[in-house]
Design a protein around this ligand. Sequence first.
Ligand code: AMP
Length: 198
Amino acid sequence: MINIILFGPPGSGKGTQAALLVERYGLEHVSTGDLFRREIGNGSFLGKQAQQYISRGELVPDEVTIGMLRQKVEAHPEAEGFIFDGFPRTVAQAEALDRLLDEEGTAVHVLLSLEVDDEEIVKRIKGRAVVSGRPDDADEGVIRHRIAVYKKETAPVFEYYERQGKSHRVNGIGSIEEIFRRLCAVIDHTLPTGSVSP
Ligand code: AMP
């Protein structure tokens, strides 16, 4: 199994690149943001719990997020691996992910961090709001709060995996194709030959 964490601040292009990587490497895409939005759309209890945090640009509590992630991973025993997009966002989530994958006899292989500066992020997310219809994309105050939460709570996850020798920074500025090529170059150089099926 090959497990990739696609990392980076909100609006750094994780969702766009995850869709391309899934196609190339035949992995299962797990986006906790998408899972929460689906729950909100279904009007479920989990969705109602999550919505209050998401609308303020806060993180959904770890217990809720980790439980949902575990269910998603366990629902795909046939998967050749996963691309985690928007998870883990705290060190506690990273530790829980490591334990979960260890139970499955596997591990995180590589963390790819898309590097994009704050002003570019704000510009991109405001542009995306027009098509995404996401209330958390439409409000500049909420966008800036999400960036602050990323720096405080999520950025330490990079160092957590760096200590395991797994973290890589990738320039997230450029065309979608250029950024995709940069990500593939790191994946292809990092993973053992023959472990992925491009
Ligand atoms: P995203 O689509 O990844 O930008 O996520 C949208 C929102 O969902 C975030 O701003 C958080 O409120 C919530 N969320 C998504 N993933 C997580 C996570 N791993 N931990 C906590 N909250 C999350």
